[in-house]
Design a protein. Structure first.
Length: 343
């Protein structure tokens, strides 16, 4: 049900930390080459903690993700076993995923108590790095559960590999623009400086993405890139590529054009590009993003959170400013979150 799935999402945010984690999980892994499927045999758990210490009660179930994918489509669950801290599951969970991608993933098991009104309590978790597993061997494991590991890198305590975005930028000064503008009939010409007809043109060529996170069952995503030229985060500044279906290595080959931009304005602006998985009947899933700018934390004399570019994000932006009329290309690591980065 919708309410149940909403509660499950909230449980991920944290009814944990109240229980002293104990116990182990017993499982087996095998990879079926013919169907390109990871098969997880969840056998049992031993000596779990009581979710309700007073009543000595736990109703445990096991949940899995192939990190870094924590989408709804990436979640698998066993049934709930009632009133036991030694549940026997003997259940099979499956992920369709190519062998080449599996090595980049981490299989996470978490154990939860199913409480009244869908309120779930965290009982422990453990992980298996898929690159450490020889895929031709069946793996039988008994692993101890541990508490949540929170780090600055990602909510799971593991580095979030979101893939890469290949982008080319070009700034064309007003003096070099053809009379009437480049393909002006295709453009919604909006002056970002407030003075129509002044300023040059910023062209953003979204070429491709590589190794995106699979947001859908079957190990694919239907992705598109959305752009804003900050500080404007409105309809005039918003651009989108078409959706590229059923691929983790989409070739967008699509250009965003921003008119009325002066060269001196670029030091106060930041190009935010985010990649999304298209969900027709639900909110789209965030797959990663970048911000291209000078990375000073300041725009037009004001301190702003979004001017937080680092590394290649800064160098690509500077290269574009330095060589007007020429394409500057970069391959950018996608961020796992668009929260402000520490400068």
């Amino acid at each position: 049900s919708t309410i149940g799935s909403m509660m499950s999402i909230y449980s991920e945010a944290g009814d944990f930390g109240n229980i002293f984690v104990t116990g182990k999980i017993v499982f087996a892994l095998k990879y079926e080459q013919q169907t390109q499927t990871l098969v997880i045999h969840v056998k049992e758990c031993h000596q779990l903690a009581y979710a309700d210490e007073a009543k000595k009660r736990s109703n445990p179930y096991v949940k899995t993700y192939l990190l870094p994918d924590k989408s709804r489509q990436g979640k698998r669950k066993t049934s709930i076993k009632r009133d036991t801290i030694n549940p026997l599951y003997d259940e099979t969970l499956r992920y369709e995923i190519p062998e080449s991608l599996l090595a980049q993933r981490t299989l996470q098991f978490s154990v939860w108590h199913h409480g009244r009104f869908g309120r779930n309590t965290f009982l422990g978790e453990t992980e298996v790095q898929m690159d450490s597993w020889k895929i031709d061997k069946k793996l039988d494991h008994c692993l101890p559960l541990h508490g949540k590991v929170i780090s600055a890198e990602s909510p799971t305590g593991l580095p979030s590999h979101k893939g890469e975005l290949v982008v080319s930028l070009k700034y064309i000064p007003a003096s070099k623009l053809p009379v009437g503008g480049v393909e002006a009939h295709l453009l919604w010409v909006t002056s970002l400086t407030g003075k129509d007809g002044e300023g040059g043109e910023l062209q953003v060529w979204i070429k491709e993405a590589k190794n995106l996170t699979a947001a859908k069952s079957g190990g694919t995503s239907d992705s598109f890139v959305k752009g804003y030229l900050l500080p404007m985060r409105n309809k005039a500044s918003k651009r989108k590529t078409p959706v590229m279906k059923k691929t983790l290595n989409p070739h967008y080959n699509h250009t965003f054009v921003y008119n009325g931009v002066r060269l001196e304005d670029l030091q106060h602006m930041c190009l935010e590009l985010t990649v999304w998985d298209r969900e027709p009947l639900a909110s789209n899933d965030f797959l990663g993003g970048v911000r291209l700018g000078v990375g000073t934390g300041i725009s037009n004399g004001e301190v702003v959170d979004w001017m937080d570019s680092t590394g290649e994000e800064v160098s690509l932006w500077q290269k574009m400013r330095q060589y007007p009329g020429s394409w500057a290309e970069g391959t950018l690591q996608l961020r796992s979150s668009m929260a402000k980065q520490k400068l």
